[in-house]
Ligand binder design. Sequence first.
Ligand SMILES: C[S@@+](CC[C@H](N)C(=O)[O-])C[C@H]1O[C@@H](n2cnc3c(N)ncnc32)[C@H](O)[C@@H]1O
Length: 406
Amino acid sequence: MSEHFAYPVGLRLSGRRVVVLGAGQVAQRRLPALIAAGADILLISPSATASVEAMAEAGEVRWERRRYRDGDFEGAWYVLITTDDPEANAAASAEAEARRIWCVRSDDAEAASAWTPATGRSEGVTVAVLTGEDPRRSAAVRDAVVEGLRDGTLAAPRHRARGPHVALVGGGPGDPDLITVRGRRLLAEADVVVADRLGPRDLLDELPPHVEVIDAAKIPYGRFMAQEAINNALIEHAKAGKSVVRLKGGDPFVFGRGMEEAEALAAAGIPCTVVPGISSSISVPGAAGIPVTHRGVAHEFTVVSGHVAPDDPSSLVDWAALARLRGTLVLLMAVEKIGAIAATLVAHGRAADTPVAVVQEGTTPGQRRVDATLATVGERAAAEGIRPPAVVVIGDVVALSSRDHG
Ligand SMILES: C[S@@+](CC[C@H](N)C(=O)[O-])C[C@H]1O[C@@H](n2cnc3c(N)ncnc32)[C@H](O)[C@@H]1O
């Protein structure tokens, strides 16, 4: 290793010629960042990996199918030498040196005039790490920094005034690991978190003490509807200049009233970001070993709210039509009405022996699964003391998985 440290710099390559020699794995790894930088890339190589070929086909790089020739670096600002032909590499390196073009060599870091740092990006920050002779360590440091920025565990507050803002964050089904990286970062940056009972409550324990956590169910609502009171709380805290996260179970837009909150915020002129979450409708069956689709078994799955009884005039669900479907039915909020729903499906033609699984508190330590059929599920769920939150899965996919999850 040379005695001096490398001097880090950010090259602005947009529209500038970069020549890449070789189109194997190394080039394949480097090209996306050069493309993202808008470089005018000339790739010289007799052959290429399938991915590099695809980049050439997409017009992202100009590919000349041949070996290196002296003079190829004419007009270049930066070159990358990645072939496994030592002679060609040495000759190309000499040309770059003579032309005073910074040159990276994958075969011989010592002979190169520039090194590629391990890079990553998160939210407008580019992280570049050089360790000299230990690329794995560079990558590990890069990963740690980028991950930390992404999930908020690396405290790097923005010093840009953001103005009032609310993030509607889908927290996933309950396991704290099942929130998105973006959701977790926004949570870590929040001043105020308005949370539901459902979702990853454990994440709230990790929040620093200055963060105000508000239980959405406990907001006093006086003359307002409960939802209106939640909307007002979001608006109030955002207007007070706080960074507000509305943490919801699953996905904000799957029976989550997320749109009502987004509309209320829009009406109050407060910008809102929606961060999708892993919905319990897919993940809870999955956690119990049930795929909602399976080749040759179910070509569709339908997610239905079961909070209104089938014979209730306010029901928006066409149970007769659902009974005619062959695929998977996933019912949310259906614990109370499951007996009536199952009977309605059977009355409209779905086989009484269709397998059914009820999964309570999926993805949490309290997860349990009860198996039944449409004929027996009402009774079984009651006998087993199934309580919300639970997802009901109806269809042949249920029989694919072993039944001893209870
Ligand atoms: C108001 S809905 C909200 C759904 C949520 N937005 C989602 O995408 O998962 C609440 C229902 O979701 C289901 N649910 C949510 N989390 C669950 C979990 N961990 N286990 C079982 N069911 C769950 C239950 O059916 C519960 O009654």
